[in-house]
Write a protein that binds this ligand. Structure first.
Ligand SMILES: *[C@@H]1O[C@H](CO)[C@@H](O)[C@H](O)[C@H]1NC(C)=O
Ligand SMILES: *[C@@H]1O[C@H](CO)[C@@H](O)[C@H](O)[C@H]1NC(C)=O
Ligand SMILES: *[C@@H]1O[C@H](CO)[C@@H](O)[C@H](O)[C@H]1NC(C)=O
Ligand SMILES: *[C@@H]1O[C@H](CO)[C@@H](O)[C@H](O)[C@H]1NC(C)=O
Ligand SMILES: *[C@@H]1O[C@H](CO)[C@@H](O)[C@H](O)[C@H]1NC(C)=O
Ligand SMILES: *[C@@H]1O[C@H](CO)[C@@H](O)[C@H](O)[C@H]1NC(C)=O
Ligand SMILES: *[C@@H]1O[C@H](CO)[C@@H](O)[C@H](O)[C@H]1NC(C)=O
Length: 233
């Protein structure tokens, strides 16, 4: 197996437009080379990653997602434009939920099979017992690529509405996860690597002040100090 190469995924399902859309359950996308960076994080896109502030363009073990929301339209909610990168010989996943410890999560999975070919699946996690089941949620504009253990993908999740009880239609707790692919294209147990408290996904800065990273914290401290100094002067 030539895992170091980008593999071209041929379209297997006739009902799918190549590289564009698909049934959320299982989609193949043309292995369009995807190139995801931190550019725009905290400014035009909300970014979550582990380890903190890791570089998705090269750092081994950087599990990274960015989210941009379209303008809300009632009753359809918003579309989410998602980028996801990580290191896995199986799958990487982004989860969205109202509360990580109750109810269910929407899970978006970018994966490679044993041949190193990219595929996409959508699933639901039962937050109480951490089991996942595949779902038919429609996800569009899926592109993905695989290089060794690095999986990168972009996709659009149409018509997302946060469950009630959250302050905005776009407020979700997010998590990043990895797992194994089993039996060809089956999804093995989900291993959550990072959970974020509920964030307004429509606000790219919503996790900037609380990210706790040294860089961001020192920025916040500088802002705070300059406010204090201004007040004292
Ligand atoms: C997807 O790949 C197929 C076969 O390689 C090709 O015919 C088609 O034009 C590609 N579509 C896109 C959108 O790149
Ligand atoms: C999540 O659910 C747990 C248990 O039901 C509850 O204690 C907690 O307050 C909830 N958190 C949020 C942010 O709603
Ligand atoms: C993966 O490899 C197997 C065996 O080499 C082959 O039968 C199968 O069609 C390949 N799958 C894809 C998606 O390329
Ligand atoms: C997890 O919880 C769901 C819903 O309560 C249940 O259907 C499923 O069987 C449970 N799975 C396991 C492995 O406990
Ligand atoms: C999604 O795909 C459609 C159909 O090909 C295209 O018109 C649209 O521009 C794409 N949107 C994004 C965000 O890539
Ligand atoms: C795959 O990754 C290797 C480094 O691990 C890099 O040298 C190579 O250029 C990458 N290939 C592509 C097509 O991006
Ligand atoms: C994947 O499977 C291997 C071998 O069964 C196991 O050691 C590893 O923990 C699994 N990884 C994940 C992320 O579940």
């Amino acid at each position: 197996m030539d895992r170091g190469l980008l593999f071209v995924v041929s379209m297997v399902m006739g009902c799918l437009a190549p590289g564009v859309s698909g049934n959320g359950h299982l989609s193949f996308a043309n292995n369009t080379e995807v190139h995801i960076t931190r550019t725009g994080c905290g400014l035009i896109k909300l970014c979550v990653e582990t380890p903190e502030q890791c570089d998705p363009t090269g750092e081994t073990g950087c599990l990274f997602a960015s989210i941009v929301t379209t303008a809300p339209s009632s009753p359809n909610g918003v579309d989410l434009l998602v980028e996801l990168v990580g290191d896995s010989s199986g799958y990487i996943a982004l989860g969205l939920t109202a509360n990580e410890t109750e109810g269910t999560s929407m899970v978006f999975i970018c994966a490679q099979n044993r041949n190193g070919s990219f595929f996409f699946r959508s699933a639901q996690r039962n937050n109480l017992n951490n089991t996942i089941s595949l779902t038919q949620r429609i996800v569009k504009n899926i592109t993905g690529s695989v290089n060794g253990t690095v999986i990168q993908c972009k996709f659009r999740v149409p018509a997302v509405n946060a469950p009630t009880r959250t302050s905005h239609v776009t407020t979700f707790a997010t998590f990043l996860a990895v797992g194994n692919v089993t039996n060809g294209m089956g999804i093995g147990d989900i291993n959550i690597r990072l959970t974020n408290k509920p964030l307004n996904l429509a606000d790219p800065t919503s996790n900037v002040a609380t990210a706790g990273s040294s860089a961001l914290t020192s920025q916040a401290v500088i802002v705070l100090l300059s406010v204090l100094m201004y007040r004292l002067s």
